[in-house]
Design a protein around this ligand. Structure first.
Ligand code: AMP
Length: 202
């Protein structure tokens, strides 16, 4: 049995989305330091696709639990992220599309994203997997100067790689099975990877 009020709300939102027309829905993932943020920003700047970084969203959170987990290199619980993602799909203009940088980061988050999009009558257009050697990624992290707490010590950086290997790497298989996955070499220049992406998006 449907709860009528919820069902009306669901239909209303579904129609709103159709009316507003949503562009391509893209996710990007890869190890820390692979260049997800830089590549996403470039795609967004050149095409107008909305760039959403869950790391940036969480960094501005005032919730002590979130800050504590982030500064120790751990992933934060799904509930904090899903809430933010839902808000974006509800409130932002996605007519030019959206590139989500840093989400999903676990199989459970991927399933939640699939289910959320499914309920809205939408689906993922592409997943981008940015591959890079760990040594090179660490070199880049140590070089960058973004004032990030989780870039400060080698132990925290190691923890982020551990989280990535255990929780995020299984996404490669998850998306490869059923979706359009674009695998990029993170050792290549931003310009080269951008060109590869844009060919697919246009
Ligand atoms: P990033 O800026 O993408 O490297 O993310 C920085 C940190 O934010 C991560 O190490 C996690 O602590 C947290 N974070 C960002 N996105 C997620 C996510 N989808 N799930 C869990 N934690 C996340």
């Amino acid at each position: 049995m449907y709860n009528l009020l919820n069902f009306d709300k669901y239909l209303f939102e579904k129609n709103q989305i159709k009316k507003n027309k949503i562009g391509k829905i893209i996710i990007i993932f890869g190890p820390p330091g692979s260049g997800k943020g830089t590549l996403s920003k470039k795609i967004s700047k050149e095409t107008g696709i909305l760039h959403v970084s869950t790391g940036n969203l969480l960094r501005s959170s005032k919730e002590p639990k979130i800050q504590q987990l982030m500064s120790s290199g751990k992933l934060v619980p799904d509930k904090y992220i899903i809430k933010e993602i839902k808000k974006i799909f509800k409130n932002k203009d996605l007519s030019k599309g959206i590139i989500i940088d840093g989400f999903p980061r676990t199989i459970s988050q991927s399933k939640k994203l699939d289910s959320m999009l499914g309920k809205m009558g939408l689906g993922l257009s592409y997943s981008i997997y940015l591959k890079i050697e760990k040594d090179e990624a660490i070199k880049r992290i140590l070089k960058r100067d973004e004032g990030r707490k989780d870039d400060e010590s080698k132990e925290i950086i190691e923890e982020r790689f551990k989280e990535y290997n255990i929780k995020t790497l299984p996404l490669v298989e998850y998306y490869n099975k059923s979706r359009k996955t674009i695998i990029l070499n993170g050792m290549e220049s931003i310009e080269k990877n951008y060109k590869k992406i844009i060919k697919k998006l246009l």
